[in-house]
Design a protein around this ligand. Structure first.
Ligand code: NAP
Ligand code: MG
Length: 486
């Protein structure tokens, strides 16, 4: 326990293999949203720091990282995965302090995912190949698969360390170098993983970390001519803005944006499993989850029964101290986020939805951005609570009548990130999975992720994919070589 009670040291930028202060000397304070107490101060990167980091990353790209054998890059990434596991308690504690999520989630779910990202993608470093292509017997024609260059990774606050794994592991495995900007609200684990990367043997400049503000450091990264690609996870609004900004320097882009994902329960489903899946699908991670099943479609014939079981379960899920290992619902990331979420609950009730569980702030010792597990029933898909991403523990329940109605309503939102289907009918499951406009469909399960399975959206949820073999397309480019043999 001694380590878990230690004060958190101030966070610094990681540029060119060194922990440094911002060129301007600026710092900001990161706050624990559960206690509203400051955790520590963090150096705040500005344009000058972005420029230093990108230059270091460019040098490492053609230098130390390019000169390393793929098998050695692989070993460094594997080692980083091991170090994440070795520092699991420390990283999980930082994550929970910064974000407010239950220590149960950060220690036993998130850590594992981060480590698996580095372990899984380490294997790809030796398996990215080109082709030989028979064009003409008098020619030798082949392709080289090359890294795209310096990757600017900009990530949100909801899964701060998982996002580090998702973005940096494949980019680095493919031979790119990275400049990472964590969210201003949750910079601590990204900085710590950046330090561990150095310990793992990552050459200076390969993995740079720039905590700071999106509007300053993020913007400078997207504009910087030395950055070849920006990989972004965050809101649709900022994603659209980044696409416009990135156009000036023709950067490649991956945009993982918001969601309003449907979770569809047919009358022939295993209803106990579906109730459980529906609650985990929205309340895990306090509902601050891009793929959260925030619209629950329930077939009319089972609707009332299902909804009462759901309300019962939600009422048992009480917000509590995130540091307590028994807690399953923590604090939202900030007070403004809490106000936003409560505002949506109010708007749902005003538009005619019935509040059947939660709906209130529930502070602990008068403090914290805690919101109860909330269920709104009788929601119509046109209401704001059905169309807009709430990003909190608020479930909107919408009745439906048959497959066509379910699919039509499910697809009738600007987003298309994920979806869930609950049924015992195999044909129905596959047909509905095909008809849903979403990057991921879960059948008789919800909210599962693995580094080997691609994740990303369609429509307003963005484009490009994180994870899986698919994401390596985003981090490599193909060069065609023609050689005259005559
Ligand atoms: P956000 O405001 O879009 O911020 C995301 C990141 O972008 C942060 O690091 C932010 O920095 C930075 N940023 C903000 N403005 C910028 C600008 N003008 N130029 C460059 N960077 C800028 O989103 P958020 O509120 O942190 O996160 C919640 C959103 O993320 C939700 O909409 C959610 O759906 C989405 N999300 C999507 C996925 C997915 O895989 N599709 C996963 C997780 C979350 P600051 O922190 O300093 O503002
Ligand atoms: Mg914080």
């Amino acid at each position: 326990m001694a380590e878990t009670l230690a004060p958190v040291k101030p966070g610094r930028l990681i540029i060119d293999g060194k922990a440094v202060d911002a060129a301007s000397g600026a710092t900001f304070t990161t706050v624990n949203p559960a206690t509203e107490e400051p955790i520590t101060t963090v150096a705040e990167a500005g344009p000058e720091d972005v420029d230093r980091a990108v230059k270091a990353a460019r040098i490492a790209l053609d230098g130390a990282w390019a000169k390393m054998k793929p098998i050695d890059r692989s070993r460094v990434l594997w080692k980083l995965g091991d170090l994440v596991l070795e520092h699991a308690d420390e990283l999980a504690r930082l994550e929970t302090l910064d974000n407010g999520k239950p220590i149960f989630e950060s220690r036993y779910v998130d850590i594992d995912m981060v480590a698996r990202c580095f372990h899984y993608f380490s294997g790809w470093a030796t398996k990215l190949t080109g082709d030989t292509t028979p064009v003409n017997p008098s020619l030798f024609t082949y392709t080289l698969r090359e890294p795209v260059g310096v990757v600017g990774a900009i990530i949100p606050w909801n899964f701060p360390m998982i996002m580090v794994g998702w973005k940096t592991a494949p980019a680095l495995a493919a031979g790119n170098t990275v400049v990472l900007k964590p969210a201003e609200l949750t910079p601590l684990t990204a900085i710590r993983i950046g330090e561990l990367a150095l310990e793992a043997g990552m050459p200076p400049g390969v993995f740079n970390v720039l905590p700071g503000k999106g509007r300053i450091a993020g913007e400078a990264l997207v504009k910087h001519p030395g950055v070849a690609k920006v990989s972004f996870t965050g809101s649709t609004e900022v994603g659209i803005h980044l696409m416009r900004t990135a156009a000036d320097s023709l950067k490649k882009l991956t945009l993982e944006l918001g969601g309003k994902s449907p979770n569809i329960v047919f009358a022939d489903a295993d209803l106990d499993a579906a109730v459980k899946g529906a609650t985990i699908g929205i309340f895990y991670g306090k509902g601050e989850v891009c793929g959260a099943g925030s619209r629950l479609f329930v077939e009319k014939s089972i609707h009332d029964d299902f909804v009462s079981k759901l309300a019962e379960r939600a009422k048992k899920l009480v917000p509590a101290d995130p540091m307590d290992p028994k807690t399953r619902l923590g604090s939202l990331v900030s007070k403004p986020q809490m106000e936003r979420v409560l505002g949506y609950v109010e708007s749902g009730v005003k538009e005619g939805a019935q509040l059947i569980a939660g709906g209130q702030r529930q502070p602990i010792n008068g403090k914290g951005a805690f919101v109860q597990a909330t269920v709104l029933a009788g929601v119509n898909n046109r209401m704001r609570v059905a169309q807009e991403e709430i990003f909190g523990p608020v479930l909107s329940v919408i009745p439906f009548d048959g497959v066509d109605d379910a699919v039509t309503q499910a697809n009738d939102v600007p987003y298309g990130l994920a979806a869930g289907v609950w049924t015992r009918d195999v044909k129905k499951a596959h047909t509905v999975a095909r008809r849903l406009a979403a990057g991921t469909v879960w059948v008789n399960m919800y909210g599962f992720y693995d580094p080997a399975m691609p994740f990303g959206g369609v429509k307003g949820s963005g484009f490009g994919r994180d994870l899986g073999e698919a994401c390596l397309q985003e981090y490599t480019q193909v060069k065609s070589v023609w050689m005259n043999l005559e």
